[in-house]
Design a protein around this ligand. Structure first.
Ligand SMILES: NC(=O)c1ccc[n+]([C@@H]2O[C@H](COP(=O)([O-])OP(=O)(O)OC[C@H]3O[C@@H](n4cnc5c(N)ncnc54)[C@H](O)[C@@H]3O)[C@@H](O)[C@H]2O)c1
Length: 261
């Protein structure tokens, strides 16, 4: 089974001119999310530590001749003040943020024996802490507008009991805690909070760092769909939740994993 060659994805009128902020938008799934929002005519800001990859993403976006060219904010999201400052700058450049996609993470491998207190903090700060503080920075705009959508990218890895990166998997389980508790907090102001969870998505990092024939065969055997899931199709669920079409969805987890779990 293969991917449709030219998928005819939906266009969402409500995403035109909507301000969207994406973390980790330079590469992988985040870059696909930036491109897909640019295709919709949204005003996109994205934060990342990798300026080289960000430039490549901007070039791909430019080739789409979008209504608004995305803007890049170079920042290490482990630095909470710098993260919130980047969001403040995006608010000045692009207007009040209506959609936040918390996406940046790092799935570096490690064992429980190697864990130190410092590495524990590093894993939690890289994979979870900035999700909360980015939300803290955008929530006032959303509350003022009485409208907003926050999409937290999780991971099915902890559900699958994958045990080769405990600090990452534990942080990812916390993403759903953020979603569910803040969905209740912000619900009265019509601000929605959801998690979208990838299974295995074939990004450049996955293919160059972690791919093996055996690993892919195992994933495809677990999945109901017997093919790779690619970043652009994962992004479609994020678009739906960001658009008015997803207006009744909050406090939920949506798996885009080819039926793996
Ligand atoms: N690809 C998969 O199979 C898969 C599976 C499960 C979950 N996920 C989740 O999907 C999301 C995207 O993953 P991906 O596979 O595209 O990863 P990726 O490594 O390809 O891209 C992550 C991006 O985040 C950026 N980033 C990481 N740490 C940062 C920091 N401290 N400051 C600023 N930027 C930083 C990186 O530079 C990169 O551009 C993550 O939340 C990840 O946990 C991915």
């Amino acid at each position: 089974m293969t991917l449709p060659e030219s998928p005819a994805y939906a266009s969402y009128p409500s995403l035109v001119d909507r301000t969207v902020f994406v973390t980790g938008g330079a590469d992988g799934i985040g870059a696909a999310i930036v491109e897909q929002f640019a295709r919709q005519g949204s005003k996109v800001g994205f934060a990342d530590i990798n300026a080289v990859k960000a430039a490549e993403t901007l070039e791909r976006c430019r080739a789409l001749e979008p209504r608004h060219l995305p803007r890049f904010y170079e920042v290490d999201l482990v630095d909470v003040d710098a993260t919130q400052e980047a969001i403040r700058q995006a608010q000045l450049d692009l207007g009040g943020v209506a959609v936040l996609v918390n996406n940046a993470a790092s799935d570096d491998r490690h064992t429980w024996q190697e864990m130190t207190a410092e590495y524990w903090d590093d894993r939690l700060n890289t994979n979870l802490r900035h999700y909360f503080f980015a939300i803290q920075a955008v929530a006032p705009d959303m509350i003022a507008a009485q409208d907003g959508s926050i999409v937290n990218i999780g991971s099915s890895s902890y559900m699958m009991q994958e045990d080769f990166f405990p600090g990452y998997a534990i942080a990812k389980s916390g993403v759903e805690g953020i979603t569910r508790t803040l969905a209740r907090t912000f619900g009265p102001d019509n601000v929605r909070v959801n998690t979208v969870l990838p299974g295995w998505v074939a990004t450049e990092r996955q293919l160059t760092k972690w791919w093996s024939e055996e690993g892919e065969a195992g994933t495809l055997s677990d999945q109901a769909l017997k093919r790779r899931i690619v970043p652009a199709e994962f992004a479609q669920m994020v678009l739906f939740l960001a658009a008015d079409d997803g207006a009744a969805c909050t406090a939920q987890e949506f798996l885009v994993d080819g039926g793996r779990r």
